[in-house]
Design a protein. Structure first.
Length: 318
């Protein structure tokens, strides 16, 4: 299962959350993950002595509770708390850290941090961060683009012209997310976020031209750091067998399952003379209309059915 270390959490959120690491440096490699099959939301929460969260957050009430305990009672409570598995403790609201809590974190190698932010906001940010960091992922071969604000994954066999199509779309004002290796993360029950591996970021390979730095050639607006996947464009060779198997009216929408998420798919035959960039833009526009409840195919079928019905009624009257 995916996991993230406390050191990584600190590095990624130190500036945003104004975190200060004050004790427990020996636990920097402590892992936060879903190895115990708990949902991501339950990994972060206020101080819980019965079922400790991986990330224990102490707000005003929790620190006040510890301060009001007798020293013996406080030791008993902390013994019970640190007997369970914890990754990190964060004291919110810029509060003074109880000395006993600092000692326990140092002794048990549990990182202790502080922040001036309020605990509810702190937990919201950490939950969103962990949902992305711990998301189930996979890598697919293709080119991932932002076309008309829709995340589009272009797939197909090798030498089908995916990169050339992507280059044409980029030149028309659309944006590149990833080429060749597309990392997809399930950040929600029905949401896939596509990203590019750091090693390949900004680069596009085009046969005959080699490697192009899209950011340098086309400018900053030609690349995107990430995008939610909404539509798959699958390129196939336009031979007789493929054309016969293709549903020309596209009455039954094609879909593809990725990490348990169903994604709409459009199959485009590739042949000489076909302007694939225009076809992709049209497919995206049609998808946007369908999201709004406008289905051109259904409208055509209904119009045709109504025409035939009117013809039958006219024949009966004659």
């Amino acid at each position: 299962m995916p996991s993230v270390s406390v050191r990584k959490l600190y590095q990624d959120n130190q500036q945003k959350l104004s975190l200060t690491w004050i004790a427990g440096r020996g636990g920097s490699d402590n892992l936060i993950g879903n190895d115990d099959q708990r949902p991501t939301l339950s990994l972060v929460g206020h101080l819980n002595f019965i079922h400790p969260n991986r990330v224990q957050v102490l707000g005003l009430a929790e620190v006040d509770y510890l301060n009001r305990l007798e020293r013996s009672a406080a030791r008993t409570a902390l013994d019970q708390l640190f007997h369970k598995t914890m990754s990190v403790v964060i004291v919110a609201n810029d509060q003074a850290v109880p000395a006993l809590l600092r000692d326990y974190c140092h002794t048990h190698n549990v990182p202790l941090m502080t922040t001036p932010l309020e605990s509810p906001y702190l937990m919201d940010v950490l939950r969103i961060y962990l949902a992305r960091a711990l998301a189930v992922s996979t890598v697919l071969h293709g080119v991932f683009l932002d076309v008309l604000e829709i995340g589009v994954l272009i797939m197909g066999d090798s030498a089908m012209g995916k990169s050339e199509l992507a280059l044409e779309l980029i030149s028309r004002g659309h944006g590149l997310v990833a080429d060749d290796a597309v990392e997809l993360y399930r950040i929600g029950p029905d949401t896939l976020e596509g990203r590019c591996p750091p090693l390949l970021r900004d680069f596009l390979e085009v046969r005959g031209l080699g490697i192009l730095n899209v950011r340098t050639v086309f400018g900053e607006t030609a690349v995107r750091p990430k995008k939610v996947l909404k539509l798959i464009i699958h390129l196939i060779k336009a031979n007789d067998q493929a054309m016969q198997a293709l549903d020309r009216l596209n009455i039954q929408s094609e879909t593809q399952d990725i990490l348990g998420v169903t994604v709409r798919k459009v199959i485009l035959p590739v042949a000489a003379g076909r302007n694939l960039a225009v076809l992709v833009e049209a497919a995206v526009r049609n998808y946007i209309l369908q999201l709004r409840g406008i289905d051109s195919t259904r409208e055509f079928v209904e119009r045709h059915t109504n025409f035939l019905r009117e013809q039958e009624n006219a024949a009966d009257l004659d």
